[in-house]
Design a binder for this molecule. Sequence first.
Ligand code: ZN
Length: 155
Amino acid sequence: MPFTRWAKDEPQELPRVPARRTAIVTCMDARIDPLAALGMHLGDAHVIRNAGALVTDDTIRSLAISQRMLDTRAVVIIGHTDCGLEGLDEGAAVEAIAAEAGTVPPWRPGSFASVEDQVRASVEAVRSSPFIPHRDDVTGFVHDVGVAGGVRPVA
Ligand code: ZN
């Protein structure tokens, strides 16, 4: 069982407060290892993931808890190349979901035209949220999931 080995190999006595005082917001994409991408390790940062690395109300909720109750100070947004939401037809997607489910979802898929612009918008959304007490250190990166690899700053 791989999960058993993983649990045994990792340190078990980590403090609750992330060592690097950082919260990372990134996409759920299976090709991203957010801690490794930033040279971090287990225990270093909170990782908040959703489709598209979007800053939604729930992302703000998690960031607010991260900073107010668990002492993080920095926020890093990581979008990525080849995201399933980049260029997705939002209207068609909602229509298909509604047709299959029999009801219109209360959320939108959150598609975007450019990952760079989306990351910049997410950074701005965090910087302008009154619920986030520490907004001086909010940065944005795009992770290349292709052959090139690595992250590059965009905001
Ligand atoms: Zn993605």
